[in-house]
Design a protein around this ligand. Structure first.
Ligand SMILES: Cc1cc2nc3c(=O)[nH]c(=O)nc-3n(C[C@H](O)[C@H](O)[C@H](O)COP(=O)(O)O)c2cc1C
Length: 195
């Protein structure tokens, strides 16, 4: 029987030693998993260790999922299996991470016609990085959704001190997360049917 569940991939955009990004990622993964009919998985760019984007040819020309590198092909497969994405993005010098840019640029078809939501943090909740990510997502034929979670400084501070997997510090943004997940699922279902 066809699997009608919506698969959400949560992508951690920071690969930095001592990063904060794994905490909001673990939290939103847990929130997504609570929703009936949703399968959620974590894609950790730090573990995957994608090569810096340097392949010849255009990823947009690849139709068979073979990007010429086992690591990249496995990454492409997991992105291809997802119906929607939540990118958890740091903000570095008013932009997003180079790890995210490599991930986004290295493959193509697997991103197409799928919605993407964002969680950001930093002095303005990662807003500048997220706006840039939205522009890139459109070029990848994705649908960046409006509702995002921009973590306020006090949530960032409390979560930084809390152990990984502790959802308590994120309670002040629970409503924002619900709004984001609801909108992401609406788009995920619509685009899954359309694909
Ligand atoms: C190289 C670098 C540049 C940064 N630039 C910004 C910035 O432009 N805006 C901002 O709000 N925070 C900035 N910060 C602070 C980050 O928001 C903070 O370190 C955050 O924890 C980074 O995410 P990560 O820990 O998940 O890698 C910067 C941090 C680093 C390491």
């Amino acid at each position: 029987m066809e699997n009608t569940n919506i698969k959400i991939a949560v992508i951690i955009g920071s690969v930095r030693e001592g990063r904060f990004g794994d905490k909001p990622a673990a939290w939103i993964l847990g929130e997504a998993k609570k929703i009936a009919g949703v399968e959620a998985e974590l894609i950790d760019l730090k573990e995957i260790k994608l090569p810096t984007y340097a392949t010849g040819g255009y990823p947009s020309a690849v139709q068979d999922g073979n990007y010429g590198n086992d690591t990249l092909n496995a990454f492409a497969k997991s992105i291809g299996e997802a119906d929607a994405f939540i990118i958890v993005s740091p903000e570095y010098n008013h932009g997003y991470s180079s790890a995210l840019k490599d991930a986004l640029d290295s493959i193509y078809k697997e991103w197409n016609n799928k919605p993407v939501a964002f969680i950001g943090y930093g002095s303005v909740g990662g807003a500048r990085a997220i706006e840039q990510l939205r522009e890139v997502a459109v070029e990848l034929q994705m649908a960046p959704i409006r509702n995002a979670v921009h973590l306020p400084g006090d949530v960032y501070g409390a979560a930084m001190k809390a152990p990984l997997g502790d959802a308590t510090p994120f309670a002040p943004v629970a409503e924002k997360a619900t709004g984001m997940l609801t909108q992401l699922l609406w788009w995920a279902k619509a685009l899954k049917a359309a694909r």
